[in-house]
Design a protein around this ligand. Sequence first.
Ligand SMILES: *Cc1c(COP(=O)(O)O)cnc(C)c1O
Length: 358
Amino acid sequence: MTSTAPDRLAVARAAYNDVPLYDPKRTPVKLDLTDNTNLWGVPPRAEQEIREFAAATITRYPTLYGTELKAALAAHAGVTADMVVTGCGSDDVLDSAMRAFGNEGDLVAAPDPTFAMVPIFAKMNVLRSTLITELPDHEVDAEALLATGAKVIYVCSPNNPTGALVARRTLETLIDRAPGVVLIDEAYTEFAGVSNVDLLARAPRVLLIRTLSKAFGLAGLRIGYALGQPQLVAEVEKSRGPYKVNALAERVAVAALRHDVQWVEEHIQLAVQNRDRLTIELLKLGLDPIPSSANFVCVPVRNAVAVAMAMREKGVGVRPFPNLPRIGDCLRISVGPWPMVEQGVTALAAAIKKVGTK
Ligand SMILES: *Cc1c(COP(=O)(O)O)cnc(C)c1O
């Protein structure tokens, strides 16, 4: 790595030399099963709030740190408002947390495979990162993560892209023995049917990072949050800065948390049913899908990039992951209403036949 890449300005920050722009190759496609958002749509009360939002409100700043939103999230999660920090998507919360706890050059450790943004956020905050290959059966290697001595340990449960839930005792081992902070990314926790909120009482240095982008169907509004002990959360809030959640997003999120939870829960149930049904369909195709606790299924498929491209030609987008550790090539398929999933399965079967997977 040099600080004088020829295509970069001399004034650019050297640490950003090999920071790429995020590019999940999300080109428009008729049926998009790539990003695990809510394919049933926006919850009804949220939609109503968006339509009725007074444009005049936009001339004013939103609240500094999202006071009302924090209160609504706290009530939803069963914690106090001083245990919540919000952000412009949970990406922003994760980024802010790394910045809050990592001194320049500190280490971030995470399992591999996991959320692809983690090493990028580390680099953006001038931290180093190390990825620890998962154990068989998609178990997180807690001992190896702890052995890195990392200031920041990241785990994602259910994990993206595998869908695997991190065992409760693994989380406990990590938070009991980590020398620094443990960030537990719970972007898909609603689909797992388990709660880790009680872990917050066990240890002062754990954050549960969550989002309204997936189960709540509000990805476009960019609302994320974290739960943790008040002193920990206060540090994330400092590094996050004021005005990060815009006025419309805050208003809609509060309405959704107050009035749409039943709708959200009903659609979580549908997603879980269709996920399990998709898993069975994949087994019928002779594939070996990874048991998922999220709203997507990860299925090892040889030549995944070519298979995904063939599916795209038929109007169905799925996310290929080439050559993941322990898994090899795989596809991650989002779950939505059954006719969409069914179309995905049909396109996958045709694509495998066309591309060949030997
Ligand atoms: C989707 C996703 C996020 C990002 O969510 P936003 O709140 O939209 O920024 C974070 N972590 C994981 C693992 C995700 O899959």
